[in-house]
Design a protein around this ligand. Structure first.
Ligand code: NAP
Length: 469
C-alpha cells in the first residue's frame, strides 16, 4: 500500500474549496496525470456519484472509475477509485485557517495483483512526485498565483526552428510531453462570462465543458438552432449548476455577425472572455452572398468584426481576455494583403485557411498592443492536430494518415481554457501559444510580413468590414 499525505493552505473560503473538489471532474485542471474526467451520473453531486477518469501513469494510459463515497460539507470528501490493476482512496479534509483554509489530502493506493504489489516500491516514488505536482497546481487554483510565466524549453525552441520535431509537437505525444512540466493550472472562472464561437463541435465543445467545470458563465454561439440547443442541453446535464445559454449566427455572414454583436451588447453585464474559435477549411473556392471567399469570411473577417463590435462590452469587464484560435497551418503562409479574397491563382483550401489563420495571429498582435491600456489581454493559440469532425471532413486523407497521433478535443482545448483562466496568462499580451507555452510565429523563410505589408493588410481588412461596423 502506498500512502501519501499532502497539506496545502490558501485564501479561498472552506466552502468554496469543498464545492470545487466535490466536482471531481475538476481534477483534470489540477492533477497533471489526469487526461480527462467526466461525471458518469446526471444531477447534483451526491454520495455514490461516479466519475470516469483517464490517467497517464508513467508511459501507460489507464482508465479509472471513482465513487464519491462520503461527503460532510464543508469539511470532508472521500473518493474511492478503481482501475484495472489498482485501487485508490482519496480523503480530503478541509478546515478554516486564519487567512482562508487548510487542506489535508491523503491518498492510499493498493495494487490488486501480486505482480503489481511487487512494483509498489518502484512506482511509489513516481506517485509521490505526481501528488506533489498536483498539490502545487491545486494550491495555484485555490490559493493564488505563483506569478511565473511558462517558458519554452530548449526542446520547444529547437522544435520551433526545425519543422519536423515541430510537427511532432502538434501530436498527442507533444501534448503529453508538454503536460509533464506545467507548473500552473487554471483557476476557477466563477463570475466570469465567456462568449465562445464554434462551441457545438470538436475543440469548442470540449472547451465549453472545461469552462463550465471551472464555474464560468457561458454563452455559446452556434449556427444550427437544433444542434446548438442539443449541445447546450448536454452541457447543462454535465454541469447542472452551470449558467449556459446560446445565440445563433452564421458567422460566415458579416451582417449576421453584426446582428449577433448587437444582441450581445443589449444584454446586461460585461463579457469577460471572448473565444474566437469557430473556423473551417473548404476544398473549393466559394463566395458568401456578401461576396467574400468563405474561408476569409469565416476564419478572419468574422472574428475581426465580432471583436471590434464587442470591444466596449469587453472593456467594461476589468481584465477581459480575447483568445483567437489559429492553426499550426499558418506557419506555411504569409498574408496576401493585395488578394485577401483569393481571386488570383489556383485556389487551394489549406492555403486559403493558412493565410486566414496567419492573419488572425497578426490581428492578435496588433490588438494586444492597442488594448493593453484598456486592460484587455489578447492571445492567439493553436491546438495542435486534434481529432474533430472538422478535421475529418475537411482533410480526410490527412486525417486517416495521422489519426493515431491526433490529440483528443479535450487536449486541443486545454490551452484555450488555460489562457482564459490562468492568472499569469492574463498578464501576457499578444503571444502565440501551444500547450500553455508561448511559441514562435515563424519557422519557414518568406512567411514574415514586412511592416508595410502588415499595414496594408490591416487597411484591407478594415475596408472589407467597414460596411458592417
Ligand atoms: N482540429 C484540428 O486539428 C485543428 C487544428 C488547428 C486549428 N484548428 C482550429 O480549431 C477551431 C475548431 O476546429 P475543430 O477542429 O473543433 O472543428 P469542428 O469540429 O468543425 O468545429 C468547428 C466549429 O465552428 C463552427 N462553425 C464553422 N463554421 C461556422 C459558421 N459559418 N458559423 C458559425 N459557426 C461555424 C462549427 O459549427 P457546426 O457545429 O454547426 O459545424 C463548429 O462548432 C477552428 O478554428 C479550427 O480552424 C483545429
Amino acid at each position: 500500500m502506498i500512502h501519501i499525505v499532502e497539506t496545502i493552505t490558501g485564501r479561498c473560503r472552506p466552502q468554496e474549496v469543498y464545492d470545487y473538489l466535490a466536482d471531481f471532474t475538476n481534477v483534470q485542471a489540477w492533477d497533471p496525470t489526469v487526461l480527462a474526467a467526466r461525471a458518469l451520473d446526471d444531477g447534483p453531486f451526491r454520495r455514490g456519484m461516479r466519475f470516469g477518469l483517464k490517467m497517464q501513469i508513467g508511459l501507460r494510459c489507464v482508465s479509472m472509475t471513482y465513487h464519491l463515497v462520503a461527503m460532510d460539507p464543508p469539511k470532508r470528501l472521500v473518493f474511492f477509485g478503481r482501475g484495472a490493476s489498482f485501487k485508490a482512496l482519496d480523503v480530503i479534509e478541509i478546515e478554516p485557517a486564519p487567512k482562508g483554509f487548510r487542506l489535508v489530502y491523503t491518498v492510499g493506493i493498493a495494487f490488486d495483483t501480486p505482480a503489481g504489489s511487487r512494483l509498489e516500491g518502484r512506482v511509489a516514488f513516481l506517485m509521490r512526485a505526481n501528488a506533489r505536482r498536483a498539490m502545487r497546481c491545486l494550491r495555484t487554483i485555490l490559493g493564488g498565483d505563483d506569478g511565473r510565466l511558462p517558458k519554452p524549453t530548449a526542446l520547444t525552441v529547437l522544435a520551433d526552428r526545425l519543422v519536423l520535431p515541430g510537427l511532432a509537437g502538434f501530436t498527442r505525444l507533444g501534448y503529453r510531453l508538454a503536460r509533464r512540466r506545467w507548473p500552473l493550472a487554471p483557476r476557477p472562472l466563477a463570475g466570469r462570462r465567456i462568449l465562445l464561437t464554434g462551441g457545438t463541435s470538436g475543440i469548442g465543445r470540449a472547451a465549453a465543458h472545461q469552462f463550465l467545470a471551472l464555474g464560468g458563465d457561458l454563452t455559446l454561439v452556434g449556427r444550427d438552432p437544433e444542434k446548438t440547443a442539443a449541445v447546450v442541453r448536454d452541457l447543462r446535464k454535465q454541469s447542472p449548476a452551470a449558467t449556459v445559454d446560446f445565440e445563433i449566427a452564421d458567422l460566415s455572414r458579416l451582417a449576421a455577425v453584426r446582428d449577433l454583436a448587437q444582441r450581445l451588447r443589449r444584454r446586461s453585464g460585461p463579457i469577460h472572455i471572448l473565444i474566437n474559435n469557430a473556423g473551417a477549411l473548404f476544398d473549393r473556392r466559394e463566395e458568401t452572398p456578401e461576396g467574400f471567399e468563405r474561408t476569409l469570411a469565416t476564419d478572419l473577417l468574422s472574428p475581426y468584426l465580432l471583436t471590434r463590435l464587442l470591444l466596449p462590452t469587453l472593456q467594461a469587464a476589468r481584465g477581459a481576455r480575447i483568445i483567437n484560435v489559429s492553426s499550426g497551418g499558418m506557419y506555411t503562409q504569409k498574408i496576401h494583403p493585395a488578394d485577401l479574397n483569393y481571386n488570383r491563382g489556383v485556389y487551394d483550401g489549406p492555403t486559403a485557411y493558412a493565410r486566414a489563420k496567419r492573419g488572425l495571429v497578426i490581428l492578435s498582435e496588433v490588438w494586444a498592443a492597442e488594448l493593453r491600456e484598456h486592460n484587455v489581454s489578447v492571445h492567439a493559440m493553436h491546438p495542435g492536430w486534434v481529432d474533430t469532425p472538422g478535421l475529418q471532413s475537411s482533410l480526410p486523407g490527412f486525417y486517416r494518415l495521422v489519426r493515431p497521433l491526433l490529440r483528443t478535443p479535450d487536449e486541443g482545448a486545454d490551452t484555450i481554457t488555460w489562457l482564459a483562466a490562468s492568472p499569469v496568462a492574463g498578464r501576457t499580451q499578444g503571444l502565440f501559444w501551444l500547450d500553455r507555452t508561448p511559441r514562435t510565429t515563424h519557422t519557414l523563410p518568406g512567411t514574415r510580413a514586412t511592416a508595410v505589408e502588415r499595414r496594408l493588410f490591416l487597411q484591407a481588412v478594415e475596408r472589407l468590414v467597414a460596411p458592417y461596423l
